[in-house]
Design a protein around this ligand. Structure first.
Ligand code: PXP
Length: 250
């Protein structure tokens, strides 16, 4: 059986983090999105946080207007973000948990615990033609909740797998594999992301039912040393190798 294609979504949030450190216009995350497209990315991911600490409303306007790759808008389940998503109608909206004091998205969305809060949002986003994904822990209870909520896509949080090593990491990878198999059986499209690097990407890319990886922080950091284009191309080829498919770009 030929391997299912594995898409690469590039998260450009941290280009904006560096820009915002000085408050000017450089470096421009939209330029990074253009480079990602040229380097073989299949989509762009951007998280418009409640406190606008990296991506701004203007960035979302420009990503929608200037970039031809599909935009995956990461958003908290708030009325403000819902209104923004409905106004822009990006290709996809990934609902993530958000706490003001956290440094990054820590842990997955509690889709089971927030069922009643999420249900009307998912209905409205879906009715607007936006593909909804829920960023969840690789846990059966969360997958079942996502299915019951009518979300077509789940994104499995790979943070714990990336942050650990040895037996704990192996167990976490097993949890991701089992969740990806459960997603497939439930008819959910399965994505994965958070913390992935050149070292950790291959085992996740090799899971045949995972069809999209969203990767940001490592690539933007790596770009300092070798450039963004080279970092994305290397990630792409590591993913293709692990998947058993031929690299698509030189
Ligand atoms: N997927 C989701 C849902 C995320 O929230 C993030 C981080 O913003 C990522 C993927 C990318 O994670 P990282 O920047 O660690 O690669």
């Amino acid at each position: 059986m030929t391997a299912r294609p594995l898409r690469l979504g590039i998260n450009i949030d941290h280009v904006a983090t560096i820009r915002n450190a000085r408050g000017g216009r450089h470096p421009d995350p939209v330029r990074a999105a253009r480079m990602a497209a040229a380097a073989g990315a299949d989509g762009i991911t951007a998280h418009l946080r409640e406190d606008r600490r990296h991506i701004s409303d203007g960035d979302i306007d420009r990503l929608m207007a200037e970039i031809s790759l599909p935009l995956n808008l990461e958003m908290a389940a708030t009325e403000e973000m819902l209104a923004i998503a409905l106004r822009h109608r990006p290709h996809a909206a990934c609902i993530v948990p958000e706490r003001r004091e956290e440094r990054t998205t820590e842990g997955g969305l509690d889709a089971a615990g927030q069922f009643d809060h999420l249900a009307p949002m998912i209905r409205q986003l879906s009715a607007a033609g936006i593909r909804v994904s829920l960023f969840i822990e690789p846990a059966i209870i969360q997958l079942d909740a996502a299915k019951a909520l009518g979300a077509p896509v789940v994104e499995l949080h790979t943070g714990r797998y990336c942050e650990t090593d040895g037996a704990v990491q192996a167990a976490e990878l097993e949890r991701i594999r089992a969740a990806a198999a459960h997603a497939e059986a439930a008819g959910l499209e399965c994505h994965a992301g958070h913390g992935l690097s050149f070292e950790t990407v291959a085992p996740v890319a090799a899971i045949p039912t995972v069809v999209e990886l969203n990767i940001g922080h490592f690539l933007i950091g790596e770009a300092i040393f070798g450039g963004l284009d080279g970092a994305i191309r290397r990630m792409r080829s590591l993913m293709d190798e692990a998947r058993g498919s031929r690299a698509r770009s030189a």
